[in-house]
Structures are given as C-alpha cells and as structure tokens.
Write a protein that binds this ligand. Structure first.
Ligand code: SF4
Length: 220
C-alpha cells in the first residue's frame, strides 16, 4: 500500500526484486537494436472486427459504458488502437464483474469472453445472471478454437448457443453474427438492440481463428 508495488497491472521480476531490496540479475539483455514489439491481435482476426464495432457503438452512443474482459487472445483488445476493455482479472471474471457492475446500476455493463474461457469458467456466471435477470450484455467472441494454447477444441466447440439456451438465456436474445467488415452495420445494430434490452443477452460474433484455419489448410 505504500506504492512500492503497483496496485494494478502485472508483477514483473524487476518490480518484485526491487520491492524486496534485491537486484534482478537477468541472464539475457536485449540489445538496443531490437525494437519493442508489443503483442497484438493478428491482422484479419475476427476479434478485431468485433472490437472495432463494439468500441464505435459504445463511444458514440453509451459514454457511461464499462467493458469487463477475460483471458484469451481478445484480451489484446486492451491495447491500441482498440483500447476497448476496462478490466481483465482472471478466467471467468468478465461475466461476474459485469454482473456486479450491473447490479450496482451501471448501464451498459458489457462482458467480453472467448468461447474456450466461457466453457472453462464463464458458464456459472451466466447462470447467476439468468437466475437474477441481470440487465447486461455478454459477448462470447467465438474463434472456434483455443487459440492461445495451440488450437485445441474447447468443451463448447460447436455448441455455445445450446449451452446458453440450457442455462436459460431467452433464445431471442442469443444473437449470432459473423464479424467481418461487410457485416459492420448489422453487428452495430445487434449490439444496440441487446444493450437496450434490460435482461440477459448474449451476442456471439463467430469466425474461425485464421491461424487455426491456415494450419488446417496446410495439413491437407
Ligand atoms: S491466434 Fe487466432 S484468435 Fe488469436 S489473435 Fe490470432 S487470429 Fe485471432
């Protein structure tokens, strides 16, 4: 609490070493000629189209919004040029934090989670929202794979809608869209409609991870 360590962000070897009065003796030093290359969503990724549309709607029409995100490729929506998410704590925290914010009166309260993370630890949060008819919008950005760990199927591959239905989400508020530039206006309209609906809504932008897709093509 005295500011020695930041209260948010990540703990790094350097910051921890400094806090305990040690020196972090790095085994490797990065030559100055090497440019910094912060991680970014792949060019052409469906998460990009989702974030472009979401941030446009929220910034232009809902200035009081907050977006609670989760752990996956889509966490990179925190970085420029999107600057799209306000929190990322742990797997599943997007829905539970968005629920807490909605319960406290925030509108719109948006959760962004991936298909794999949703079936890892997002489903219980959704059930809680359904049980209490919480007014929030959950975006399950479905890349049809577990991209971060190499492209395995998730427990929900091919049945995200069925899981949402089974947990009790009103079928008229489970909206599927293909996140492509040509569908930008359609996606904007869906986001608007579901934000205006004061209950549990799930939007599923679905487009396969282009890395998984190209691996499949190469192996044929
Ligand atoms: S690995 Fe796949 S899901 Fe992840 S950023 Fe790249 S294209 Fe998108």
């Amino acid at each position: 609490m005295d500011g020695t360590l930041s209260q948010d962000g990540e703990l790094t070897p350097d910051s921890v070493a400094k806090a305990v009065g040690k020196e972090n003796k790095s085994l490797f030093t990065i030559p100055s000629v090497v440019a910094m290359r912060p991680p970014a969503l792949c060019e052409g990724c469906g998460h990009r189209d989702m974030y472009v549309t979401l941030t446009q709607v929220l910034k232009e029409e809902y200035p009081t919004h907050k977006v609670f995100s989760d752990i996956g490729c889509y966490t990179l929506g925190a970085s420029a040029p999107f600057n799209a998410i306000d929190s990322c704590v742990d797997m599943g925290a997007s829905i539970t934090m968005a629920k807490g914010a909605a319960d406290a009166g925030l509108h719109p309260s948006i959760a962004v989670i991936g298909d794999s993370t949703f079936t890892h630890s997002g489903m219980t949060g959704l059930l809680d929202c359904v049980n209490e008819s919480t007014p929030l919008t959950i975006i399950i950005s479905d890349n049809e794979t577990t991209a971060m760990t190499g492209g395995q199927d998730s427990a929900g591959t091919g049945r995200i809608e069925a899981i949402c239905l089974g947990l009790g989400v009103d079928p008229t508020h489970i909206r599927v869209v293909v996140p492509l530039k040509k569908n930008h206006e359609e996606m904007k309209q869906i986001i608007r409609e579901e934000i205006e609906y004061r209950g549990v809504s799930v939007i599923i932008p679905r487009r396969e991870c282009i890395q998984t897709l190209s691996r499949k093509k190469r192996s044929k």
